[in-house]
Design a protein around this ligand. Structure first.
Ligand code: NAI
Length: 349
């Protein structure tokens, strides 16, 4: 089923509102989800609505959160999300960070006590659109083994960065710090397929190729990805006084419990460091130069980070977004599941 961006967003918004989210919050969550689907990041788009709706209906997402925001210094602030939808808190916190960085040159906003925030590219793009640099990182469920370990400690802890060029194109990095997302393991399970031996380990710490034997995911680039996960967990967990490491809650463990996750949003105003126009022009030049790099054997082109997602987004503006029938049928139905995800997840303790 192919839907326009507006149609898909509206269906998701309605379902989330039906589950109990206030309309304004449902609108923001749906906007973050449709952003992901439009960019081809389907793991963080409409396929999540079933789970979010079940959690909302069970009380594990605060439907009427009491958001609070406090500036803690000239360039710092804390946004408390009161365990409402993480997408909403992260977006509003980024708005605060953007306003602050315009005045001070830099802002660092801690987003405390939130649910899942989804694709981080959405939030860093908010800053990039204002001629700023956005950086975001957040905690997620403990499901990655530290390098050399045979059990999970950190999560898939994503990091995102964005800035724009003179011509409006956005240079974007947005990546999980594990080789593969958990969704890819689930996909292999559903197809009864094996997985490459570099993605995950079993309970004894050996490479797992049977997706049913996966006990932990593996960080990107071995010890380097593990070190990045440590940094993300310190900056978005320990720094914000939140549970850290393997004490972070699991997404599918108990859908009535608060997630208490953390995210750190950093905004840098290039105008405080260099000539803004020159900066924007150099970003444009960098993107063009990357595109002109001679491709290696087996490649047709070198893309700048974020370019492929941008191309997919442009394509979905022209031809709509492809949504699998099962998800479409769920979205147009009256169904809110009560027991599809609760206590069902891998790694749930
Ligand atoms: P991915 O593997 O699709 O892309 C990772 C990065 O590689 C991106 O910056 C992309 O632009 C770049 N890239 C990929 N192929 C490229 C190519 N051929 N040329 C140039 N650059 C290329 O992303 P991943 O790691 O699967 O993450 C997916 C999403 O999941 C992200 O939006 C992330 O924020 C989100 N996420 C959210 C979590 C949360 O708890 N909120 C947890 C984990 C991930």
């Amino acid at each position: 089923m192919r839907l326009s961006r507006a149609e898909l967003k509206e269906l998701m918004k309605k379902k989330l509102h039906r589950a109990g989210l206030e309309e304004e919050h449902a609108d923001i969550v749906a906007d973050v989800l449709v952003h992901a689907d439009a960019r081809g990041i389907h793991s963080h788009g409409a396929m999540r609505v079933e789970y979010y709706a079940e959690r909302i209906s069970k009380g594990g997402t605060n439907t009427h959160p009491n958001f609070s925001y406090k500036e803690t210094g000239p360039c710092s602030g804390i946004f408390d999300g009161d365990n409402g939808s993480g997408h909403v808190a992260a977006k509003l916190a980024m708005d605060k960070g953007i306003a602050m960085a315009k005045k001070t040159g830099i802002s660092i906003i801690g987003v405390r006590r939130v649910g899942h925030t989804g694709a981080l590219s959405y939030f860093v793009q908010q800053a990039a659109r204002e001629n700023l640099i956005g950086i975001a990182m957040c905690q997620s469920d403990p499901m990655a083994a530290p390098y050399g370990g045979a059990e999970s400690y950190y999560g898939t802890h994503p990091i995102a960065f964005a800035t724009r060029g003179q011509d409006g194109r956005i240079l974007m990095m947005d990546l999980a710090t594990t080789i593969q997302a958990w969704g890819k393991i689930l996909d292999a399970r559903s197809r009864h397929a094996t997985i490459p031996d570099t993605w995950a380990i079993d309970a004894d710490g050996n490479s797992a190729t049977d997706p049913f034997k996966v006990a932990s995911l593996v960080p990107i680039a071995g010890p380097k990805g593990y070190a990045l996960q440590m940094m993300v967990d310190v900056l978005s967990g320990v720094l914000l006084g939140l549970p850290y490491g393997n004490k972070v809650t699991s997404m599918y463990h108990d859908l009535r419990e608060d997630r208490n996750l953390g995210q750190l949003n950093i905004v840098i105003n290039p105008a405080y460091f260099t000539d803004l126009n020159q900066f924007l022009q150099n970003i444009t030049n960098m993107m063009d130069e990357l595109n002109k790099i001679k491709p290696a054997p087996g490649f047709t082109k070198v893309y700048y980070p974020g370019q492929r997602s941008l191309l997919r987004e442009e394509e979905s503006e022209r031809n709509g977004i492809e949504i699998v029938d099962e998800i479409y049928n769920y979205l147009v139905s009256d169904v809110i599941h009560r027991n599809l995800y609760d206590h069902k997840g891998a790694f749930a303790k």
